[in-house]
Design a binder for this molecule. Structure first.
Ligand code: FE2
Ligand code: FE2
Length: 152
């Protein structure tokens, strides 16, 4: 079943919510590709999904750093563990193993859980820091510059 976007997934930080929605779209696309039994399409979606998610992680980590968020390091560690897990799955998929269904289930569970627990935890601090960034003339370009840095 595709992931439906529900209110409790909204962080209230628009740029983050848009990125999370894109990741959800990729996960739902992966489900479609699996249903079609199109191996090359599954590979394509998985590659795009991993690429986009890594950009999102890097952007999120830089926001947390900028905000001086006290759990920035453990949050990054959670991202890193997930990245390794997905990379291992991707390799097994590319080696011809039938792991697409497992990856799909893992992605659904992990993402929803991570947004609701870990991402929600940084919201108040990051939101406050972003308000300052927008107000501060010297820092104004920082947000768009860092978006440009992580997303091609
Ligand atoms: Fe995160
Ligand atoms: Fe996130």
């Amino acid at each position: 079943m595709p992931i439906a976007w529900t209110q409790d997934l909204n962080t209230g930080i628009e740029v983050i919510d848009e990125q999370h929605k894109s990741i959800v779209d990729y996960i739902n696309q992966l489900e479609e590709a699996i249903k079609l039994h199109e191996r090359s399409f599954v590979t394509h979606v998985l590659n795009e999904l991993v690429d986009y998610t890594l950009s999102h992680f890097a952007f999120e980590e830089s926001l947390q750093e900028e905000a001086g968020y006290k759990f920035a390091k453990p949050h990054k560690a959670v991202h890193d563990v997930f990245t390794k897990r997905v990379a291992a799955y991707l390799q097994r998929h590319k080696d011809g193993e039938e792991v697409a269904d497992q990856v799909h289930v893992m992605l659904c569970t992990w993402l929803v859980h991570h947004i609701k627990r870990d991402d929600m935890a940084y919201v108040s601090e990051v939101k406050a820091s972003m308000t300052n960034i927008v107000k501060d003339k010297n820092k104004k370009g920082w947000l768009s510059a860092s978006l440009g840095r992580f997303f091609k």
